[in-house]
Design a protein around this ligand. Structure first.
Ligand SMILES: Nc1ncnc2c1ncn2[C@@H]1O[C@H](COP(=O)(O)OP(=O)(O)OP(=O)(O)O)[C@@H](O)[C@H]1O
Length: 291
């Protein structure tokens, strides 16, 4: 288990991470979400000893990262994918890392295959695309098959296929009992990957809980062949009805099943029915307005 307790970082008079505490359980993927500058990277860097904390602590099964005998075998980090020597090939870079974390060179070929870089392994990193650099960074994090992965904005530069691949990788890791923390400023990027959201704003944790609880159904959007009749039926059934900008009707607070039942009872034909979920931006503004 990972325990972060009261982590705080001040740069001069500015507190950029303010008393951040959370725990991460094995078998889960946690999304660390917040807008640019919220303090995600700084928190992750403090957790992994890259920057000293002004106050507070982070421990991995009871030990601080710098105190781990072989940190790379416990925590795989993706914290700055550009911090690699551009003149080296991907393979050389990983072989150097492998010697640091104490894994055989054969493992380099395995992780190159896992991240889809086998064909590009002999090329210089300077010629890699951003997505390829991300994949190389992920390969490095996976080298020692660590139980914990701490990834900062891993979707950066990845195309939709790459994002799907990463989701499978991280979900697979958690399914095998691993612990994953991944940051993003876009909910859509991580929504289907994570079990839990940890939302940070202006250096403080503003929400922490299962995705469904934080972003649960907030209403239903519906289209019908006779929208006016549907609007009347919904209002008669006690739902408030709004006209969405895209022509759909929106019933705040309604479950799609309730809307479907009203339509069925009124003999109306629906052409589209889906839950409306508030985005991270709405959630974020609501949470920060409340604090
Ligand atoms: N070395 C530093 N010196 C001074 N201020 C810093 C330093 N590093 C980060 N900050 C500031 O700390 C705040 C939090 O930055 P951080 O990179 O942790 O945010 P973030 O949530 O990761 O944002 P992003 O999504 O933009 O990466 C920002 O205002 C940033 O300017």
């Amino acid at each position: 288990m990972i325990e972060v307790s009261g982590l705080t970082k001040q740069y001069g008079a500015r507190t950029v991470v303010d008393d951040v505490s959370f725990t991460l359980e094995p078998g889960t993927v946690t999304g660390f979400l917040g807008p640019n500058g919220a303090g995600k990277t700084t928190t992750m860097r403090m957790m992994t000893g890259l920057v000293p904390a002004t106050a507070g602590s982070a421990s991995f099964d009871g030990r601080a990262y710098p105190g781990l005998p072989n940190p790379g075998a416990v925590v795989g980090t993706l914290l700055d994918a550009s911090a690699v020597h551009p003149g080296r090939t991907g393979r050389t870079h990983l072989r150097l890392l492998a010697s640091v974390v104490g894994v055989p060179a054969a493992r380099v070929e395995e992780v190159l295959g896992m991240v889809g870089l086998t064909a590009a392994a002999g090329r210089r990193i300077g010629g890699y695309s951003l997505g390829m650099r991300q994949r190389l960074g992920i390969a490095g994090a996976l080298l020692a098959d660590p139980p914990v992965l701490v990834f900062d904005e891993p979707a950066n530069g990845l195309d939709p296929e790459g994002i799907r691949w990463m989701r499978d990788l991280l979900r697979g890791h958690a399914a095998r009992g691993g612990t994953v923390l991944l940051s993003s400023h876009l909910l859509g990027e991580v929504e289907s990957t994570v079990d839990r959201l940890l939302v940070i704003g202006a250096g403080r944790v503003v929400a922490d809980g299962p995705v469904g609880d934080l972003l649960g159904g907030d209403g239903a959007a519906v289209r019908a062949t006779d929208p006016a009749a549907l609007a009347r039926a919904l209002e008669t059934a006690g739902f408030h009805v709004q006209h969405g900008s895209d022509g759909a009707l929106v019933a705040p607070g309604a479950e799609p099943g309730q809307v479907g039942a009203v339509a069925a009872a009124a003999g109306l034909v629906l052409t589209d029915l889906r839950p409306v979920r508030r985005g991270i931006e709405d959630l974020f503004f609501q949470l920060t307005a409340a604090t």
